[in-house]
Write a protein that binds this ligand. Structure first.
Ligand code: PMP
Length: 401
């Protein structure tokens, strides 16, 4: 028994995190983790979260009963409105419903299983550069045909829009296309409004199925409406979609596993059947989702004052990240570090796709204790005014070797 068990495929973010934690070096810098950090380098519990937790602690009507299999309906309604806007015609026409799942990852997982097993879709396209868990989630959800579409131009360090369009135009009809609506992980580079419309054209023409994964609403531009533009545009055009929605980053509720799978379909009569299939899937994996995070988000989204406080927090986070991007670029420019570093300030969201090679990333870790992912993805939230100089000097040294 257990003799033949081999190690599972290592997961890079965990290795980076473990090596960082085990590193006793005082000035070590963590740009690997995919979470927000304050100027002090700490996780942030936003003030409105404390307020809501106090309210919940004193609410005698709350208990710890199971949530329904598809989660709390008030939560999914609030989440859908956040995604599509308060006055969304698609919501008013009854074309949208939500399933509360185990945050973004859980939503991608159950959606994949539904698309594969119930809808019998065969092929899913993910960007060449994407959240490294996408491949795992869609394959464990049942897809064996996972293909890639081009996303990133290594030379220009911008979106490879022609490549993207070429690849999606050649996709077999009825393929699923995974799309990041904002703050693309890992490149920090998003299509423009015009480019999204072009993507929507191809998706319609080729009869592809858009599967959005929005994990950073409010953290790309600092504005929740602007960051949901692409999804709202698809809804407006009447294009059916799935959208996995995470509250890990924008509400700082990482460990609470708070997310929603928003589903838009043009025939509301189909909703109950679709839901019944999702009940089977949820029940077979985890039965029902956890309640605490959903309660916190629902309370905030339902209270105009708390929602404003949340929006202020989103702006604070995005502004701090922007300052760190600017600080890093300015320092590299001042040092005369070879190459252009404009992309650091042009990219949005948590990550900068630095363009550093795997070898350079390794050297940064070994020589300077600066940790990032081997593909050169660096979390800008890991920077602060105390480690900017150190990090810029480290990058300069590694690049000029
Ligand atoms: N999608 C993307 C693109 C992400 O970057 C992440 C988090 N790294 C997620 C989904 C899911 O995160 P969670 O499961 O915590 O919501």
């Amino acid at each position: 028994r257990f003799e033949d068990v081999e190690f599972g495929t290592p997961i890079e973010v965990h290795i980076v995190r473990a090596s960082y934690n085990a590193d006793p070096f005082e000035k070590k810098v963590d740009l690997g983790v995919g979470a927000y950090r304050t100027e002090e380098g700490r996780p942030w519990v936003m003030p409105w979260v404390y307020t809501v937790r106090q309210q919940l602690a004193h609410d005698p009507t709350l208990n710890h009963e199971y949530l329904p299999f598809l989660g709390c309906e008030r939560f999914t309604r609030c989440a859908n409105e956040l995604l599509l806007g308060d006055n969304s015609p698609a919501i008013q026409q009854g074309k949208v419903f939500g399933i509360q799942s185990l945050s973004g990852a859980g939503s991608v997982r159950i959606a994949s299983e539904f698309l594969c097993k119930v809808m019998k879709y065969k092929t899913v396209f993910i960007p060449v550069e994407t959240w490294e868990n996408h491949y795992r989630l869609v394959t464990h959800g049942g897809f064996s045909d996972v293909r890639e579409y081009r996303y990133w131009n290594t030379q220009t360090r911008t979106l490879d829009f022609e490549g993207l369009i070429e690849d999606l135009s050649a996709a077999p009809a009825n393929s699923i296309v995974v799309l990041h609506p904002c703050a693309h992980n890992p490149t920090g580079c998003d299509p423009s409004h015009e480019q999204w419309d072009r993507i929507a054209d191809i998706i319609e023409e080729r009869r592809l199925f858009p599967f959005f994964d929005i994990a950073y609403q409010g953290l790309a531009s600092g504005d929740i409406d602007e960051d949901a533009w692409a999804v709202r545009r698809f809804a407006e055009r009447g294009i059916e979609f799935f959208c996995a929605q995470s509250f890990s980053k924008n509400c700082g509720l990482y460990g609470e596993r708070t997310g929603n799978l928003a589903v838009m379909l043009n025939n509301p009569d189909k909703i109950e059947k679709v839901k019944s299939q999702f009940i089977v899937i949820a029940r077979s994996i985890y039965c029902s989702p956890p309640s605490q995070g959903a309660r916190i988000v629902t309370a905030m989204l339902g209270d105009p004052k708390l929602k404003e406080e949340w929006k202020t927090c989103l702006r604070e986070m995005t502004n701090r990240i922007k300052d760190m991007r600017k600080g890093l670029k300015e320092r590299l420019d001042a040092l005369g570090t070879p190459g252009s570093w404009d992309h650091i300030t042009q990219q949005v969201g948590f990550f900068s796709f630095t363009g550093l090679s795997e070898r350079q990333v390794q050297l940064l870790r070994e020589k300077y204790h600066v940790y990032m992912l081997s593909n050169g993805r660096a979390n800008m939230c890991g920077l602060n005014t105390k480690n900017l100089d150190y990090t810029a000097n480290a990058i300069h040294d590694i690049v000029t070797r």
